[in-house]
Ligand binder design. Structure first.
Ligand SMILES: [Cu+2]
Length: 163
């Protein structure tokens, strides 16, 4: 399937999405995961609710979610992420194709708005781990490294959890 013509619209959508994402995250219990403020890097990001979705041992892919809060006055543009457990790590979002079906599509970037939040979760913007190199154990903590457009990185420890 060719999503090429839709990429422009998706880039716009990724800017607009965090508004509704913020509203949905506010209703979630704040006690689920302790907040982690990362001071070792200059990125003014606070990460919470980081997790990788548990999948059966035979599964070849899974997704990861988290809430990223930008304490700074400039948008932070994520352009990639890395993990050791997957052959391909891609930023994804959801969209409707020409037939109205909902599907996932890879995007070049996802933006955490200035003084706002980006919610990454299944069914919305998310991190996709494809070509899993080994089965993931529920409870183990995986290291995900977020990469920004200007080359800064943020390392996040995300437990494998059942949805
Ligand atoms: Cu996906």
């Amino acid at each position: 399937m060719n999503f090429g013509p839709l990429l422009g619209a998706l880039a716009l959508a990724s800017v607009l999405l965090p508004v509704s994402a913020t509203a949905s995250s506010a209703s979630r219990p704040a006690t689920q995961t302790a907040q982690t403020t990362v001071s070792a890097v200059r990125l003014p990001l606070v990460v919470r609710e980081a997790r990788v979705m548990a999948v059966p041992p035979t599964a070849t892919e899974t997704s990861a979610g988290m809430v990223l809060r930008n304490l700074g006055s400039k948008p932070i543009v994520l352009t990639a992420f890395r993990s050791d457990v997957a052959a391909r790590n891609e930023l994804m979002t959801m969209h409707h194709d020409a037939q109205g079906r909902m599907g996932m599509v890879t995007v070049k970037s996802l933006t955490v708005p200035a003084r706002g939040e980006l919610v990454l979760k299944p069914g919305g913007d998310h991190l996709m781990l494809m070509g899993l190199k080994r089965p993931l154990r529920v409870g183990e903590r995986l290291t995900l490294t977020l990469v920004t457009a200007n080359g800064q990185t943020l390392t996040v420890r995300a437990p494998v959890q059942k949805p």
